[in-house]
Every structure is written in structure tokens, then in C-alpha cells.
Design a protein around this ligand. Structure first.
Ligand code: SF4
Ligand code: FES
Length: 275
């Protein structure tokens, strides 16, 4: 099959970018989207042009490294799939597709389809961990975890950190990602001692990184290739409010970049989207 690709080309951070149209012939329906870009890049290099920069690593939906918009949709039109798992059999011969980087103030474009998603790493570094000595794997029944709690923790732990939820959200909110990190650990016994501190710290860091506030649009969960449910955001809000109301002093201690405006607003009264 043959495809026409309008690809966002931008030579560097802050540089002017534009869409450039390329025709890609001899595309197999079994190729993934990244393999089509490999084919395009081979022809660009052969012509002496700069290849299209894009992120990839595992190419099997595990690592969360890949990601861009296809016709305005994060990871393309397939549900529950990353762009590296999206194959050409889902598109028409001769179709025109528009490829552009994830758009969010907290994800500056580095080059072409590559954005800087290190803001997500800093959110995790602020609180998405348990600071206890875990040692080697314990005996399976040493700490009993009810099955519903284990299932909810697993749902949240499925997050691969791709950032598609941010790109899909009209507010560029990272609430689904942050909720996944908070509720993954908050459902398990090992995560309880640091649960209030974690909720305050990751919310403060997300605000400091410039992510928007959640207005419960639900676009994030629709775009999420790991099927992280919207309930993760409700759990984040609940943990945050419980922590803020019972440990107001902790906000100053654990907000690394000061007291973000959201914290003051949330302390003044619960937002409407918290159940
Ligand atoms: S919540 Fe889903 S869309 Fe957001 S970073 Fe995690 S895997 Fe990606
Ligand atoms: S390259 Fe790892 S998820 Fe796509």
C-alpha cells in the first residue's frame, strides 16, 4: 500500500516548525507505524535529507517511549494501543495521515515528533515510590492483600508513562498519570505509611511542572494505551484532600517549589469533581 504523511518537522527546541508532506510507497499492511517511519527515513537519508526524529524503544507497547498524534489522536485511532502497536492494516491504501508531536506546555518539542517528557519523571521522583527497604522478594503470603485491592493496584501499575493522557486532555492535565502513581501504591499495605505525603508531593510537583487541572473530560482514559481507568483520578483527589485536611503543615514541607495555587484553592473547599 501507499501512504501520504504530513509530518511535523521542527529542527530544534523553540525553532519554527511546519508540516511537510511525504509519499511512502511499498508499505506492508503488517508494518507498525514506527516501521513506516523507518522506511521513510531510509529514503530521506538516501536523498541526503535529515531523517524524521521520533522516540521508540521496546516497539511492543511496554516501555511508553513512543508516542505522537495521528490525525489529532494520541497514539492514533486504535483503542488500548500504543503507536508502536498500531499496524497499517487499520488504514486505507492511499490515505493521508497527519503526524505531529504531543502538544502540551509541559512537553516542549525537542525535534520533529520528539517531546521532552521528563516532567513525568520529576512527578514520580517527588513521591511515586515507597522509601522502605524492600530486600528480596518476600514469601507470597507474608503480607496478605485482598484481591480487589490487588486488582486496583494492578490496574494503576499498568501505566507505562507515555504521556498520551496529557496530550489528549484539553487542559494538558497529567491527572490520570499522577492518579495512577498514587493509587498504585495507595492500594497496597506497603504504600500506606507515605500515602498522605505522596499525594501532596506529586500534586504539588505536577502543578509546578505546568500541567493543567483536571475538569473530568475523560479524554485521558480514552487515549490511554494501558486502560488506566478514570477512577485513578478520583482516588488521587480523595487522597489529596484527606492529606491536605489532616496535615495542612505537610503542604509547605513537601511542596518542593512552594505552595501552588491549586493547593490553596483545594484547601479552601473541595472541588466539585471529588467524590
Ligand atoms: S495513564 Fe495511560 S496515557 Fe497516561 S502516561 Fe500512563 S499509560 Fe500513558
Ligand atoms: S516503543 Fe515501547 S511502548 Fe512503543
Amino acid at each position: 500500500m501507499r501512504l501520504a504523511l504530513d509530518v511535523w518537522r521542527q529542527p530544534g527546541p523553540g525553532a519554527l516548525g511546519a508540516f511537510v508532506r511525504y509519499q511512502v510507497a511499498d508499505v506492508s499492511e503488517h508494518m507498525s507505524f514506527l516501521e513506516v517511519l523507518d522506511v521513510l527515513n531510509l529514503s530521506l537519508v538516501a536523498r541526503g535529507e535529515a531523517p524524521v526524529a521520533f522516540d521508540s524503544d521496546c516497539r511492543e507497547g511496554i516501555c511508553g517511549t513512543c508516542g505522537f498524534l495521528v490525525n489529532g489522536e494520541a497514539h492514533g485511532p486504535l483503542r488500548n494501543a500504543t503507536i508502536c502497536q498500531t499496524h497499517m492494516r487499520h488504514f486505507q491504501d492511499g490515505q493521508l495521515l497527519r503526524l505531529e508531536p504531543f502538544r502540551a506546555a509541559a512537553f516542549p518539542v525537542l525535534r520533529d515528533l520528539v517531546v521532552d517528557r521528563s516532567a513525568l519523571d520529576r512527578v514520580v521522583a517527588a513521591g511515586g515510590y515507597v522509601s522502605v527497604r524492600t530486600g528480596s522478594a518476600p514469601e507470597a503470603n507474608a503480607i496478605l492483600v485482598p484481591k480487589p485491592d490487588a486488582d486496583r493496584a494492578m490496574e494503576a501499575a499498568a501505566c507505562i508513562g507515555c504521556g498520551a493522557c496529557v496530550a489528549a486532555c484539553p487542559n494538558a492535565s497529567a491527572a490520570l498519570f499522577v492518579g495512577a502513581k498514587v493509587s498504585h501504591l495507595g492500594q497496597l499495605p506497603q504504600g500506606q505509611p507515605e500515602r498522605p505525603r505522596r499525594a501532596l508531593a506529586v500534586a504539588a510537583q505536577a502543578a509546578a511542572e505546568g500541567f493543567g487541572h483536571c475538569t473530568a473530560m475523560g479524554e485521558c482514559a480514552a487515549a490511554c494505551p494501558a486502560s488506566v481507568p478514570l477512577e485513578a483520578i478520583a482516588r488521587l483527589n480523595r487522597d489529596f484532600l484527606r492529606a491536605a485536611l489532616s496535615h495542612p503543615e505537610a503542604i509547605e514541607r513537601f511542596a518542593p517549589l512552594g505552595r501552588p495555587p491549586e493547593v490553596g484553592r483545594w484547601l479552601a473547599g473541595p472541588p466539585r469533581d471529588v467524590r
